[in-house]
Structures are given as C-alpha cells and as structure tokens.
Design a protein around this ligand. Structure first.
Ligand code: HEC
Length: 444
C-alpha cells in the first residue's frame, strides 16, 4: 500500500542519514543546548508542545533526540517547519515567514549527523513559557479583543459517521457599514478542534453599488469568502490602507467540514472575531479565486501527473497581497505568474512542495506585494500527482476530477486582491521605487 511505502522511505532515508555521522565532520560541532534548542524555540515549539497541534512535543533534549532521524528527514525535505514555498523562485519576502534559514537547516542536519549531542545545558536558553489561556491569537497584536464575534450554530456530531459539511447561516447583527482591519476564526473549544477539518466563513450581503472600488471597472466580487480556518491558518491582518467591507444586515454563511473521531461531540462550534478600522481605509480588498481551472475544470488521469492552468485578468490596477494554494491529496505544486500588458512575464510565487494537510497563506511583505497594472493576466498552474510515487495518493488507478471530498481534487488559488485607482497605483509604484532606491544596496 502506498502509505506503507511512504513510511519505509522515511525510515530508510532517516536511518541511513543517522548511521553516517562521520560524513558531517566538515561541519563545526553543534549541540542541542547552544545551537539547536534556540532554533526549536523560535521555529518549532509553538506547535510542538502539549495541547497544541503537532503530534509530539519538542521541548526538551529527551523529546528531540528521540525523534532525531525523523526530524532530519522532515527538515531536509522542507516539510517541517510547514513552509513549502520554493526558496529560490519568485518573491521571497513574506510577513508571516516561518521557514528555516539555510544556516538553521544546516545546523539541525549537522546536529543529527553528529549523533544529536546534548552539550552543556548550563549554556542553554531558559525554557519558553506558553500562555495556555483560550485567547484570540491576534488579540495581542491588535491591542484589544475583537469588535465583533459571530458564532456558528452548534452541531451534534456522532462518534462514528461519514464526513459532514455543516452550513448554518448566521446574521452578523451589524446596523452600519464597517471596514474590517483583521479577522480570525477559531474552534470554540478543544473538543471542536479535534473534529473540525476546516471552516469557511462567507460574507453574504446585498451590494447595490460598488463601494470602495475604482470606478468604471467591472470588478468581480469573487466567491464572497471572508476567512477560513484550517491547520496552519488562523487569521489575517490587512494592511493599514486597506480592508474588507461589511454592510448592515450582512450574514455569515458557515461551511464547517467535520470528521468524526470516535467520540460524540454534542456541540461542535466555531466562531469568527472581527476587528474594525476606525476610519474607512483608502482601498478595498477582495478575496478572489485565481484558480487553475482548465477547459474541463480538472482532468487528472490515473497514473499521471496532470498540469492545469487558469487565467484571471485584472480589471483595474491592483496589489496582490498573498498566495494561498488549496488542493487535496494529489496536490503536488502550484505557481502564480503574471503576464503584464507589455508582454513581460514574471514568476511571482511557487509552492513546489505542496502538502495537502497544510493550508498555508503566504502573505507578501509590504514592499514585495506585486503592484500590477490594469490588464495584467495572472496565470495559476497546478500540478496533481496521481501516480504511485505520491505517498498520499489513496488510489493511483482512479480518474480524479473537481469535488469537495478529499479524494476529489481542487486547484484554488486564494488571493486577496486590493483594487487601486490608476492615480493611486502610479503614486504607490513611485513611492515604492523611491523607498527601494533609498535602501542600502548590497546589505544582504
Ligand atoms: C505550525 C505548526 C508547526 C511548526 C511550526 C512545526 N511543526 Fe512539525 N508538525 C506539525 C504538525 C501538525 C505535524 C503532524 C502533521 C504533519 O506531519 O504534517 C508535524 C509533524 C512533524 C514531524 C513528523 C512527526 C511524525 O510522526 O511523522 C516532525 C519530525 C516535525 N514535525 C518536526 C518539526 C520541527 C523540527 C520543526 C521546527 C524546525 C517543526 N516541526 C515545526 C506542526 C508544526
């Protein structure tokens, strides 16, 4: 079975690596206490601790050394920490970067190759302290609790059942227009967290006139997706000059994907927290699906790697805030390119190591987020691996098409598009060139 093959490979690669410490002699001596623990504190322990999302803690030398071969394997393959964008292609400047630097990677690999030595613990940094209270993750950064909280209805999930999609419609209760500065979704409690695979929140509202968008452009409002929750993504803060618009009498349409874990959860419930701008921001951001959908949507033959492309033409100048591929078990890679009206073509981002159980939103840094002119065509390319080489492939003999179940496929590219008027666009471009010109060159 393909699952077993994966585990064998993991073991072979890891065990061989572990058995060859002599090969690492070119590297300086590294130790857990002085070199590796500081990296784990910064890049692993947020998830690898009790009551967080990872399967095992990596807090102490005992924890980490027991998993040394597996750690080497996952770090070398760029699966852990979960950050799967290619480090050499496209934009590399992200505000939520959590990958390892090349030096950090080398240090972890050398540590395992040298036999995972502990070193002198009197030289180690103090253990981190974690705040276990159930708080909004963005609360500290935003400086307050959310201005608005909307809960889904509770759902009674039996101990054993097929996957369920629960779609309650809940009023936001807003009586005036609001501009959204930040959004976060979370499961309401630990029980819910165990059974919620992902949760989407769509914002339903009547829009009779286009508010906050450049005039005389036919801008698609997209699928009205407001925010989603999945392992690896909790929320988002918009840039100070932009935000999402919420209207009076709006409603949240939830889509909660639940799977039973052998124990009844009588009230599975998720909630969304929203922080508002005090003043309307200058620009409006619309979450858009720049999907890779071919003429036949998706057509993935058995035992093949299928490539699918979709295009999206920007009806007005825009700033592209992020890149977020979404595929399922056969998802292998996704790229986002721009073809500018002058014919130039540019690779913006490339996730070459897609892991279907991770929904990672790669948010570009302020100075890196592409500012693109009206008429730019965005090309999203998706690769699906339906061969036996894909360790997650449940059955390489099946034809696969577009669908909701994890054994069906998708090829979404969720991008927050901030639309700009022509003058704003030109001003922002000029400002950016000026800022970049001021930066000391060759400092990196
Ligand atoms: C954002 C949360 C997160 C961060 C950060 C993170 N991990 Fe993980 N890790 C997970 C989760 C969840 C899993 C289990 C699912 C999976 O394998 O993708 C996992 C799995 C693993 C596994 C495989 C365990 C197994 O039994 O197969 C290893 C090894 C690992 N992580 C090491 C690391 C190391 C080393 C770091 C830091 C350099 C790190 N992780 C950072 C969440 C995280």
């Amino acid at each position: 079975m393909s699952r077993n093959r994966k585990i064998d490979w993991q073991c072979i690669a890891a065990c061989v690596a572990f058995a060859l410490p002599a090969f690492a002699s070119a590297q300086e001596q590294v130790s857990w206490a002085e070199d590796v623990l500081p990296i784990f504190q910064a890049k692993c322990q947020e998830c690898h601790r009790p009551d967080s999302i990872a399967p095992m803690p990596l807090l102490t030398y005992e924890h980490a050394s027991a998993f040394a071969p597996l750690i080497r394997y996952r770090v070398e393959n760029r699966v852990m920490p979960p950050w799967h964008v290619n480090p050499d292609v496209g934009i590399q400047d992200f505000i939520n970067e959590r990958g390892l630097t090349p030096e950090e990677r080398e240090t972890i690999l050398a540590w395992v190759d040298q036999g995972a030595p502990e070193g002198d613990m009197s030289l180690a940094p103090a253990p981190l302290e974690f705040d276990e209270a159930l708080v909004w993750r963005l609360q500290e950064q935003m400086g307050s609790a959310p201005d608005l909280v909307v809960e889904s209805e509770p759902y009674d999930l039996p101990a054993v059942t097929q996957d369920k999609w629960f779609r309650p419609l809940v009023p936001t209760g807003l009586t005036e227009e609001k501009w959204v500065k930040a959004i976060e979704i979370r499961p309401k409690d630990a029980q819910t967290r165990r059974v919620v695979h992902h949760a989407l929140a769509f914002l339903l509202q009547e829009e009779t006139e286009m508010v906050g968008l450049p005039e005389d452009a036919d801008i698609p409002l997209g699928p009205r997706l407001f925010m989603e929750w999945a392992v690896g993504k909790a929320g988002q803060i918009f840039r100070p000059d932009s935000g999402k618009l919420m209207l009076p009498d709006s409603q949240i349409l939830w889509e909660v994907h639940l799977h039973a874990m052998g124990e009844r959860v009588p009230a599975a419930q998720v909630e969304i927290g929203v922080w508002f701008h005090d003043e309307p921001p200058r620009h409006r951001t619309i979450l858009s699906m720049l999907d890779a959908r071919g003429p036949r949507s998706l057509d993935i033959p058995p035992n093949e790697i299928a490539v699918t492309q979709g295009t999206f033409v920007l009806a007005a100048p825009a700033r592209l805030e992020n890149f977020q591929p979404h595929m399922h078990m056969r998802g292998k890679a996704m790229s986002m390119e721009a073809i500018y009206p002058d014919g130039n073509r540019e690779m913006l981002a490339f996730v070459d190591n897609f892991q279907w159980n991770w929904q990672i939103n790669y948010v570009f840094a302020e100075n890196a987020a592409p500012l693109v002119p009206k008429g730019t065509m965005i090309i999203t390319t998706a690769w699906h691996d339906n061969t036996a080489n894909n360790p997650y492939n449940p059955d390489p003999t099946q034809w696969v098409g577009w669908g909701d179940r994890t054994v069906d496929e998708m090829a979404h590219n969720w991008v927050d598009v901030t639309y700009l008027g022509q003058e704003d666009y030109e001003r922002m471009l000029a400002d950016r060139y000026a800022r970049l010109a001021q930066e000391p060159s060759g400092s990196e």
